[in-house]
Design a protein around this ligand. Structure first.
Ligand SMILES: Nc1ncnc2c1ncn2[C@@H]1O[C@H](COP(=O)(O)OP(=O)(O)OP(=O)(O)O)[C@@H](O)[C@H]1O
Ligand SMILES: [Mg+2]
Length: 250
């Protein structure tokens, strides 16, 4: 770990993600908006969890905190045992680039780049030097995007854009994939394709996945569902009924 932070103890390093009394209060004009309150969430390596809950209950805020995109107002976030809430912006960014892949609801592809260009850019920025047997070509094949290499986002369907976004998130094989309503803008056929892919990445590559969804069918893809309401987690997160079964290919 070295300069990037300290290992809290052996037990916490066993978890991919662990939050301790996590809080995020936005300041909006003179109003404080407590978006995340007292969240203690543990996600094991290789787990696939779904977060559900009503609009505005703090799901995206929590995901942004987990990914180091937001600094919490209180509490801590351990990624692989490293407390990212105590790191500088630059150090936090480094952890994010090394370990985390993001899939946003609204694709966030660069409109002027082709599908291939979008993915290669991610490879350039986030490339962690880990040899990747899944080159851009084989990932495209896996996602059913063969022949779409040189298409720009505006020339792709919503489902295809989302698959490009997923390819971009997974190209560097991040240990953790954070997905904010990855099927939110897709029809049921494309949703199923995207969910199958996420499940495959989880099963075959052992990637840890945290997925926000409003769709209970999508949530049933996950190993565990966490319910949020008013910034808090409702379901107990201790007492696992599930042990991730990893068929690691690396
Ligand atoms: N940048 C911000 N500044 C101020 N308040 C914010 C900001 N972002 C989110 N909020 C508030 O924080 C609360 C939680 O928002 P968040 O986006 O996390 O909800 P969500 O559960 O993802 O909702 P949805 O299902 O609609 O995406 C909401 O009350 C929202 O208005
Ligand atoms: Mg949201």
């Amino acid at each position: 770990m070295g300069a990037m932070g300290e290992m809290k103890d052996g037990a916490s390093a066993a978890n991919a993600i662990e939050t301790v009394d996590l809080e995020m209060t936005y300041r909006s004009g003179r109003v404080d908006v407590p978006a995340v309150q007292g969240v203690n969430l543990t996600v094991r390596h290789g787990e696939f969890i779904a977060i559900m809950g009503p609009s505005g209950c703090g799901k995206s805020t929590l995901l942004h905190l987990l990914g180091g995109l937001l600094q919490p107002t209180a509490g801590s976030i351990l990624i692989d045992g490293t407390d990212i809430s105590k790191l500088s912006d630059a150090e936090r960014t480094a952890v994010r680039r090394r370990k985390i892949g993001y899939v946003f609801q609204r694709f966030n592809l660069f409109p002027t780049l082709t599908a291939k260009g979008n993915i290669e850019l991610a490879k350039k920025i986030h490339g962690n030097g880990v040899s990747n047997p899944n080159g851009v070509g084989s990932i495209f094949e896996m996602l059913g995007l063969k022949g779409k290499f040189n298409f720009r986002p505006s020339e792709l369907s919503g489902g295809e854009q989302q698959r490009v976004a997923i390819a971009r998130a997974v190209i560097n094989r991040p240990a953790i994939i954070l997905a904010d309503e990855p099927t939110g803008s897709l029809d049921s056929r494309n949703s199923r394709t995207v969910l199958r892919m996420l499940r495959d990445l989880n099963k075959k590559l052992g990637q840890t996945i945290v997925m926000i969804t409003h769709d209970s069918e999508a949530a049933s893809t996950a190993n565990r569902v966490v319910e949020m309401k008013d910034g808090r987690i409702l379901t107990p997160t201790c007492g696992y009924s599930y042990e991730p079964e990893l068929e690691r290919v690396n």
